[in-house]
Design a protein around this ligand. Structure first.
Ligand SMILES: CC(C)(COP(=O)(O)OP(=O)(O)OC[C@H]1O[C@@H](n2cnc3c(N)ncnc32)[C@H](O)[C@@H]1OP(=O)(O)O)[C@@H](O)C(=O)NCCC(=O)NCCS
Length: 423
């Protein structure tokens, strides 16, 4: 294994030590170029580590995802979402007392100031819930101005509890607004996920209880979406944190990044694709179309995973539970058939294209009665646990500074301003 990288230009020879599988990019600057000290160029940061992190480990080739060393499959089977949130932020699994205290702290902060509902109401009825979520999340900073004192650990923790507690309340309020219903207040009787479902679907006139199998299926989806290391939204959160921002402002940036269809919107595209295919007998024709370059098989392939996405394996089990309660959806048969054919077809196998987390999640959300605009909101709520852990890590890492990448300037050289009449 190489332990250093030699760069030699004729004039300079430098040896850059390789530690933790990387060279320090600033080491390249010993080489002078016609544009100044040598830099690296890496659009999309595909081969650049911007931080050191101990939260989540991914090995995309092997299909491994671990939080603080614990495999996602085990967490999805044995843990709860709030326990995983604790693990992400604190680094260890909690004892029973620590977990009870953590749950108490999160759940006691579920209520939001009444004015927040006015903020949501000020949007048009058909405004996308992600826009309402982003606005209501960032508004929390104005209700809790001390959240700006990010150097104080107690205040960092208090506002992390507040954000985690309030996310389901805000997410549910955006949904209720879009269907013309009053918001439902959080209930101390219900756990984190069941309370979220109640705030979404309860009607004024009758008591609402979720089927425990559906609550557990959503809890599993929450666990699967809690963190995924340096993805686009987490990088947005870290960038906004790096200039000294509170957790609400940073999370709002994360919500904005997640809103993009390349990040949080693929499960909606999967449903659209399944509807377009329409019936089982049209699956082979669709696959052939993909192979001929007519569109992509949505929910397949991943930038990092070149193997079965471990989250997709777990989701398949949740699918069975949900459809047992809600009855079969013909789209599921189409999805299963697509997967069967694709996993045995050389086009997909040779390109290492496997189902990703989005292949089945949209079907589950739909079976739980969520409209498609809510799918990304259902991603943002649990991802908040990861954002909080990364926000804290970013703020407390002595190596970190304000994030400010370099650019390779490709514009004009200096020229003289041309007066309007001469243009
Ligand atoms: C996720 C995704 C953007 C990753 O892209 P990537 O790692 O940059 O991979 P590339 O776009 O370079 O694709 C590599 C090859 O596989 C093909 N490919 C990738 N995903 C494909 C898909 N879903 N269906 C068909 N072909 C696909 C590409 O056409 C390319 O083929 P080529 O080498 O013949 O040109 C891509 O797989 C995709 O668009 N998937 C569908 C959307 C999706 O499910 N997104 C959610 C991700 S969680």
């Amino acid at each position: 294994m190489a332990d250093s990288l030699q760069i030699s230009t004729g004039e300079v020879t430098a040896e850059l030590p390789i530690t933790e599988g990387a060279v320090r990019a600033t080491g390249l600057a010993v080489v002078e170029t016609d544009r100044g000290p040598l830099a690296s160029y890496d659009p999309g940061f595909v081969n650049t580590a911007a931080c050191r992190s101990s939260i989540t480990y991914i090995d995309g080739d092997a299909g491994i995802l671990e939080h603080r060393g614990y495999p996602i499959e085990e967490l999805a089977e044995k843990s709860s979402f709030l326990e995983v949130a604790y693990l992400l932020s604190n680094g260890e699994l909690p004892t029973a007392t620590q977990l009870a205290d953590w749950e108490y702290q999160v759940n006691r902060h579920r209520l939001v100031h009444e004015n927040v509902y006015d903020i949501i109401k000020s949007f048009r009825y058909d405004a996308h819930p992600m826009a309402k979520l982003m606005a209501s999340v960032v508004s929390q900073m104005t209700f809790y101005p001390s959240s700006r004192r990010i150097a104080e650990p107690e205040l960092r923790e208090l506002n992390a509890f507040r954000l985690l507690g309030k996310m389901p309340t805000l997410a549910a309020a955006t949904f209720r607004h879009s269907i013309g219903r009053h918001p439902v207040y959080p209930s101390d009787e219900l756990g984190y996920v069941e309370n979220f479902l109640a705030m979404l679907f309860q009607s004024q006139q009758r008591v609402w209880r979720s089927d425990p199998r559906l609550t557990r299926a959503l809890e599993v989806l929450f666990i699967l979406h809690a963190d995924h290391e340096q993805n686009c939204s987490t990088t947005a959160v870290r960038t906004v944190a790096s200039s000294g921002n509170d957790v609400y402002t940073a999370a709002a940036a994360g919500i904005g990044a997640l809103f993009g269809p390349l990040h949080g919107g693929a499960n909606e595209a999967v449903l659209k694709m399944l509807r377009e295919i329409g019936s089982l007998d049209r699956v082979p024709e669709f696959i052939q179309g993909v192979k001929n370059g007519r569109g992509r098989l949505m929910g397949f392939g991943h930038r990092v995973y070149k193997n079965y996405d471990p989250r997709a394996k777990v989701i398949k089990q949740a699918v069975d539970d949900v459809f047992e309660v809600r009855g079969m959806n013909p789209l599921l048969d189409i999805a299963v058939e697509l997967e069967k054919i694709a996993l045995n077809d050389d086009y997909f196998v040779s390109r290492k294209l496997y189902p990703n987390v989005d292949f089945y999640s949209g079907l589950i959300y739909e079976a739980l009665n969520f409209p498609s605009e809510m799918f990304t909101v259902l991603f943002a709520v649990p991802r908040t646990a990861g954002w909080i852990a990364h926000w804290t890590e970013q703020l407390t890492d002595p190596d970190q500074r304000i994030i400010r990448p370099k650019q390779l300037y490709t514009g004009y050289e200096r020229r003289t301003y041309v007066p309007m009449e001469d243009r």
